[in-house]
Design a protein around this ligand. Sequence first.
Ligand code: G3H
Ligand code: 13P
Ligand code: ZN
Length: 344
Amino acid sequence: MPLVSMRQLLDEAARGGYGVGAFNVNNMEQIQAIMEAARETKSPVIVQASRGARSYSQDRFLYHLMLAATELYPEIPTVLHLDHGNSVDTCKSAIAMGFTSVMMDGSLMPDGKTPSTFEYNVSATREVVELAHAKGVTVEGEIGCLGGIEDGHGAGLDGLSHLTDPDQAVEFVKQTGLDALAIAIGTSHGAYKFTKKPTGETLKMGRLIEIHKKLPGTHLVMHGSSSVPKELQDIINQYGGKLKPTWGVPVEEIQLGIKNGVRKINVDTDNRLAITGAIRKVFFEKPEEFDPRSYMKPAREAMKKVVALRMTQFGQAGHISDYSPIPLEEMARRYQGNGNPAAA
Ligand code: G3H
Ligand code: 13P
Ligand code: ZN
């Protein structure tokens, strides 16, 4: 089947009360790992590419790899999503290429660092909603800023400096008409999220529940949601790595989020850790190896294991054939009709 809209996947997830992981990719092996995990667990899939991934892969390569994925895994509803679009133009170019979903991250200015104003965020997001919905493409927006600056996304603050204000979130959804809302509740991108296991003081699940109560019909998105498992940190360090002790977002907190409106969960770092650990292990144990396949294969397998586990933990496993995909043209007609494709 062709690439499908993210809105439909999230609407179905809301109906079924589960969450869908959104996994970042930069290359063929990462795409293969996700698709294999999806086939094994019978999961619908969101594959996402950041601006960095698009430039690393000259995005046309990535796009055609995704087309190959839809040919080789025709039974899997698959979304191609732009992660952290920094401007209207970035979103436009992704839509022109064939992405079926885009994030307009107007919580930051186009430099990806400076927190923006509410007015700027509304205006950029609204513009993307108009041009995306005309093509049946889904839009994710963000209100509040994540912590950290690793990966070039984030204001370089701790995760608590720009938490999402629930009333502002309501106004933002009303004024933009977006499909999914990313919120800031204390998480940050990358491996160094928390210096100890997070508590309600550092990971504000209460804030998320408050937002969900005010916006019960809005699909919420948790960014910076890698769990940074100790086992994966240990493999890296055992084979010569130098990660400092760190904590991520516990899976049970994500599961609490899923009970409270979270439908999309962004995970990149856990897969990076899995890949790096597997490659380090081969380099350490077999220093004579020089065929890249000898370390890329275990790396791909290690990522597949993490993705399959998350798919099961988030509840998307088993939901592969609950529904038939709505073509983007039909989604566009539905947006035009009453603005709500789910109610068409
Ligand atoms: O949001 C951050 C993701 O982990 C993507 O990171 O910009 O380094 O590709 P990246
Ligand atoms: P992690 O760094 O926690 O994997 O977050 C990824 C993310 O939010 C991508 O947008
Ligand atoms: Zn993110």
